[in-house]
Design a protein around this ligand. Structure first.
Ligand code: C5P
Length: 225
């Protein structure tokens, strides 16, 4: 581990509420925030821009290594800049999620992004949101939370989110997508989506965002973070 600051890892499947929890915790503690999913999304996006096959490991890993990416804090998270251009709106789409999951299954891509993520552990601390923060990227972290929820609850949350953005989507399609992405994330050979042995699992199916935040606050306080 190359960073020098404490890290709180928030891992778990898509739609469990990791992003919201991570943003609130980072704001409350005044810590940095790593949205590692955005890093995989931007690699997928850059791959499409370069017209390479997202399954071409050498080509995509080359893109990941030379990625000119910058994360800038905004009022509701971070904006992502690729080669000096704000590409945030292109990343948070269903297609962006699928592409991210495709490139994330390539070991060479994960390797290329490892150090970049570890270097973000700077004082006063880092909230690291992802799938393998506690298992691979920050194994020494003093607090690892694995936030999960039923696939149905996650699909419904995403459905309301997309409806709020004026997008018409089918709940059944969203559920199928989530189940497919979970299966791919859990079964890949490198960094599969599993809780770290020392992670604390929070199931948010029946909890509000505030209740999840309070549970995380209590865990952090118990560790003097
Ligand atoms: O968190 P988000 O939905 O933005 O992540 C998009 C995809 O990127 C995930 O479905 C997963 O396949 C991949 N990912 C990953 N490891 C991470 C973060 C995201 O494999 N640490």
């Amino acid at each position: 581990m190359t960073g020098t600051a404490p890290v709180i890892c928030i891992d778990g499947p898509s739609g469990a509420g990791k992003g919201t929890l991570s943003q609130h915790l980072a704001t409350e503690l005044g810590w940095h925030l790593l949205d590692s999913g955005a890093l995989y999304r931007v690699v997928g996006f850059a791959g499409r821009l370069a017209s390479v096959s997202l399954e071409d490991s050498d080509a995509v890993a080359g893109i990941a290594r030379s990625l000119d990416v910058d994360f800038r804090p905004t009022s509701d998270g971070v904006s992502v800049w690729l080669a000096g251009e704000d590409v945030t709106v292109h990343l948070r789409t269903e297609e962006g999620g699928r592409d991210a999951s495709t490139v994330a299954a390539l070991p060479a891509v994960r390797e290329a992004l490892l150090l970049r993520q570890q270097e973000l552990a700077r004082p006063p601390g880092l909230i690291a949101d992802g799938r393998d923060m506690g298992t691979v990227v920050f194994p020494q972290a003093p607090l690892k939370i694995f936030l999960t929820a039923s696939a149905e609850a996650r699909a419904e949350r995403r459905f309301h989110q997309l409806q709020g953005m004026g997008e018409s989507v089918s709940l059944a399609r969203l559920l199928a997508d989530i189940e497919q992405r979970d299966a791919r994330d859990q079964s890949r050979i490198v960094s599969p989506l599993v809780p770290a042995e020392d992670a604390i699992v929070i199931d948010s199916t029946a909890l509000s965002a505030d209740e999840v935040l309070q549970a995380a606050r209590d865990l952090a306080a118990a560790r003097d973070l």
